[in-house]
Design a binder for this molecule. Structure first.
Ligand code: AP5
Ligand code: MG
Length: 219
């Protein structure tokens, strides 16, 4: 299964990806997570992307496209993958199509989560993530068993550096200008499924599974 999750910041891409990767046993490939890991390691890539991420701007296509070409060529992506946050510009969409063509594979579905701005902001301001394993929580809707402590690994829960009010507003406007055109791009390819992302997260998960129900796990 080769899936793509789209939607504005806070729409629920990472949350659904965490559920879907277990249900379908496919790797969750998130450019945002990969860049955050690179920043944590202070690698060359991390130093290249940090300033863009801190401001809520997109990392240049030249960097992102190369990172993804390497990632999707890895063995664990051979039988399927779940893309979260890539592509995010028309150029990235076109580059992904070229890559898929070279690998002789196709996307099965593109899910686009539609959520109003006020809900996006509330979700992002209340988001907490585990410093150690990256698991996601929310102070109201997805609380850990013990406040401030990750259920999965016991790590400390923190806010993401780009989850401030000003940066969120910028990320949403960047999404509107640079990423939203991809919705039409995938609609034209007859791959797009639009979902109301403001529903309960388990309800959305069941909707996705129902849509994918008839599909095979591989290829
Ligand atoms: P990235 O990490 O991808 O961030 P984003 O797109 O801004 O999206 P978020 O991760 O904030 O939102 P999400 O949809 O995953 O929401 P979540 O499920 O966590 O990218 C970060 C940065 O990296 C970019 O700004 C850019 O600089 C760079 N970058 C990344 N990819 C790039 C690319 N391709 N090109 C260039 N630059 C790139 O949910 C949010 C909160 O809501 C959580 O607390 C969750 O618990 C809660 N929640 C989720 N669903 C529900 C629900 N249904 N009901 C109630 N609460 C919910
Ligand atoms: Mg995310």
């Amino acid at each position: 299964m080769r899936l793509l999750l789209m939607g504005a910041p806070g729409a629920g891409k990472g949350t659904q990806a965490a559920l879907l990767k277990n249900a379908y046993n496919i790797p969750h490939v998130s450019t945002g997570d990969m860049f955050r890991e690179a920043i944590k390691l202070d690698s060359e890539l991390g130093r290249k992307v940090k300033a863009y991420m801190d401001k809520g701007e997109l990392v240049p296509d030249s960097v992102t496209v190369e990172v993804m070409a390497d990632r999707l060529a890895k063995d664990d992506c051979k039988d399927g993958f779940l893309l979260d946050g890539y592509p995010r510009t028309l150029k990235q969409g076109q580059e992904l199509d070229l890559l898929l063509k070279r690998l002789n594979i196709k996307l099965d579905k593109v899910f686009n989560f539609v959520v109003k701005e006020e809900i996006l902001i509330r979700r992002i301001l209340g988001r907490r993530v585990c410093k150690k394993c990256g698991a996601g929580y929310h102070v109201d809707t997805l609380k850990p068993k013990v406040e401030g402590v990750c259920d999965v690994c016991g790590g400390e829960l923190i806010s993401r550096k780009d989850d401030t009010y000003e940066t969120i507003k910028n990320r949403i406007s960047v999404y509107e200008k640079q990423t939203k055109p991809l919705v039409e791009y995938y609609e034209k390819q007859d791959l797009l499924v639009e979902l109301d992302g403001s529903k309960d997260l388990n309800e959305t998960f069941v909707e996705i599974k129902d849509i994918l129900g008839g599909m095979n796990d591989h290829n």
